[in-house]
Design a protein around this ligand. Sequence first.
Ligand SMILES: *[C@@H]1O[C@H](CO)[C@@H](O)[C@H](O)[C@H]1NC(C)=O
Ligand SMILES: *[C@@H]1O[C@H](CO)[C@@H](O)[C@H](O)[C@H]1NC(C)=O
Ligand SMILES: *[C@@H]1O[C@H](CO)[C@@H](O)[C@H](O)[C@H]1NC(C)=O
Ligand SMILES: *[C@@H]1O[C@H](CO)[C@@H](O)[C@H](O)[C@H]1NC(C)=O
Length: 223
Amino acid sequence: MAGSSSGSCSLLLLVAAAAVLSLPSSFQPTAGFSRVMLNESQFVLQKPYDVPVNERYDPCGGVRRMWVFDTDKPFSTKHPGYPRTEIRVDKVYSSGVWQFEGDVYVPWGTSGASVMQIFGADKPHASTVMLPVYDGQLTYYHNLTMVVADRVYDRWIRLNVVHDVAAANVTVYVDGERRLEVPGHGGTEHYFKFGVYTQGLHNHSHRMEAHWRNVAIYTKPYA
Ligand SMILES: *[C@@H]1O[C@H](CO)[C@@H](O)[C@H](O)[C@H]1NC(C)=O
Ligand SMILES: *[C@@H]1O[C@H](CO)[C@@H](O)[C@H](O)[C@H]1NC(C)=O
Ligand SMILES: *[C@@H]1O[C@H](CO)[C@@H](O)[C@H](O)[C@H]1NC(C)=O
Ligand SMILES: *[C@@H]1O[C@H](CO)[C@@H](O)[C@H](O)[C@H]1NC(C)=O
């Protein structure tokens, strides 16, 4: 499951990856869920179409490091959009309760980029949830009063995002603590994405970067 080694891992990254997560032992958001087995080909990278993969993506020792610049091209000439280096988890779901889990590390200075989203919604929405970082805060879309996690720079945080499709509700946990409950946005097909995706209408830094590890998908039937 670990990304292929690239030989270009920075020493800094190895130091960061060694940091130990201290999770509260009391509550596991994945309790009662079953893990969905994924192979590496289901982690589909989207990066600016005119640059080589290794100039925006560095998988190393189980950590997927992704970065993008606000001046970058979209991921496809046929799909105009804001710059992103983002992985689409190629597991589409349309019913049941689904959960995304992963550890994310956002280097100091990254701002105005979504690091995780659930794609799929009824128009005019395209996504069910987006979690961008603004000035060190992880927020719900660009609502700076809906802070999901504070002071996120330069540390690992564990994110669990639970989506009950039929009930159309989403719950976000940070380090095992419930931080957000929001309604879904409808839609019939959903999948998870993680990385960095520029939120073009709002302030962003020139360079946006996020590191992800231990990404896993879980599911369970409706209660
Ligand atoms: C990965 O899993 C997908 C979905 O189950 C499957 O279609 C594909 O053949 C698998 N690829 C490899 C290389 O095992
Ligand atoms: C932002 O969140 C607050 C608190 O939930 C809410 O009252 C407000 O309407 C939201 N703003 C926007 C623009 O959605
Ligand atoms: C989502 O909806 C289900 C089914 O109605 C309910 O059991 C669950 O508590 C809801 N979760 C949230 C976070 O509202
Ligand atoms: C964008 O920057 C302006 C000026 O610094 C600030 O007032 C505004 O709150 C910022 N908006 C967001 C979404 O960060």
